[in-house]
Ligand binder design. Structure first.
Ligand SMILES: [Zn+2]
Length: 424
């Protein structure tokens, strides 16, 4: 009986394989064969196929691939780590069978990643590479998923090197030397030593374009949040630098994923006086539009703000990373005091930001809201998160991708920053 089952499964997979491997003309094989070795690895297509209860993912690459596959639970995902990869695949991939979504992009310099969202507990039945054939010009990575239950789910563990990838050793994102972190918060003893800040002439501002790489953020009709916020952040940094009043740093300047905790750490390592995280929102109601500003609060100001924070806090999950706790919890009254000062300063800056943005762009009603955003949790750096607008609204999306609008709103932010530091 068992033998019969495996014969049937073999035939099923054989059929599946031929379904997923459309023949290509021989000429295209010959013309591209020469270019393969000179160019970096490119992912050419990603297809899903479902037959009976199995779901197969096939990714075509221009060269031989050295990949690492592992799975995660809560939520269930499969992660494929790759060498540096160029992506020649459309952004939206139709869900199928056991797969509810697929994302891909840069995970850190020199590393690409594909994250496959699974509908529930799913096991990897098998995975392998098919070399090019006469009919197929590319290498194919094939992964077969089979349904499981919570009880039968077998987590496919990353090897030692992958454990490092998924741990908190996070990518170095800037070529500039980063000052070594001053561990003011030491977990075991709970000591907190407020250090006198070195005297400096210029205020330090860290601008944080949200998402990036394997985490695209919200998706509009013709744009992605990660691109919109990077372009805006670069414009803001350009204008801030032009004033010669600030030292300005970006948490990322390319299309790369940065863990939320790392963004907070960059601000702290830079001894930032201000941290601004830039985002763009998405919502089902397509008529909703306008800019909004968020500051940290464990108690959300309203249900929408709470939902937004949940969504933005998903970034590490979306990128296929499992982090444990965030900064170690330290019970110390001095931290509470430092945090209260930081919170008050954050609120003050948020208000300044809103009054400068008024008249420059449409504001969402109750423009200043509160929620538990992870990226705002530096205890000693005033931090705000700006949702520039709604990528799901046609007018907002048009503005978000316009140079003119970007320049105008960034100028408003520079005014707000000047007012906050009273530098004018
Ligand atoms: Zn976002």
């Amino acid at each position: 009986m068992n033998k019969l089952r495996s014969i049937i499964m073999f035939i099923v997979l054989l059929v599946l394989n031929s379904v997923l491997s459309p023949a290509l003309p021989l000429t295209s094989f010959l013309s591209s064969a020469y270019a393969q070795n000179s160019s970096p690895l490119t992912a050419k297509s990603l297809r899903l196929g479902a037959i009976e209860e199995h779901t197969r993912v096939v990714v075509e690459f221009t060269g031989e691939v050295d990949y690492k596959l592992f799975t995660l639970s809560t939520p269930y995902r499969a992660v494929i780590d790759l060498p540096e990869t160029k992506w020649d695949i459309p952004d939206t991939i139709q869900d199928k069978g056991l797969v509810s979504g697929v994302r891909f992009g840069s995970f850190k310099p020199g590393q690409g990643r594909i994250v496959v969202d699974l509908r529930g507990p799913v096991n990897v039945h098998k995975h392998f590479i098919l070399p090019p054939s006469v009919a197929i010009e590319n290498y194919r990575l094939v992964i077969d998923f089979e349904p499981a239950t919570i009880a039968t789910f077998r987590q496919l563990k990353p090897s030692v090197s992958e454990t490092q990838t998924a741990s908190i050793t996070v990518p170095k994102v800037q070529s500039l030397p980063v000052p070594s972190p001053t561990p003011q918060y030491s977990a075991p003893t709970g000591e907190f030593t407020p250090k006198p800040r070195p005297r400096k002439t210029r205020k330090i501002v860290v601008v944080d374009p949200g998402h990036g790489g394997v985490d695209p953020g919200a998706m509009g009709a013709r744009s992605r949040e990660k691109d919109i916020v990077l372009a805006f952040s670069k414009e803001l940094v350009r204008q801030l630098k032009a004033t010669r009043r600030y030292d300005v740093y970006l948490t990322r300047s390319t299309d790369i994923y940065i863990p939320l905790r790392q963004r907070v750490q960059i601000a702290r390592n830079r001894k930032a006086d201000l941290f601004i995280s830039i985002h763009a929102d998405a919502i089902k109601k397509k008529n909703i539009r306008g800019l909004s500003v968020y500051t940290l609060s464990e108690k959300a100001s309203d249900r929408e703000a709470a939902a937004l924070a949940r969504k933005e806090n998903q970034s590490d999950i979306i990128a296929g990373v499992d982090f444990g706790d965030q900064l170690p919890e330290v019970a110390n009254i001095l931290i509470d005091l430092a945090q209260r000062d930081t919170k008050n300063a954050s609120v003050k800056f948020a208000e300044s930001l809103i009054s400068s943005a008024r008249g420059k762009t449409l504001l969402l009603d109750r423009t200043h809201r509160f929620a538990g955003f992870r990226v705002l949790k530096a205890p000693d750096v005033p931090s705000v998160l700006v949702e520039l607008g709604f990528i799901t609204n046609r007018t907002d999306e048009k503005q978000l991708t316009s140079n003119k609008w970007r320049r105008r709103v960034a100028t408003g932010m520079v005014d707000a920053i000047d007012n906050f530091f009273r530098l004018k």
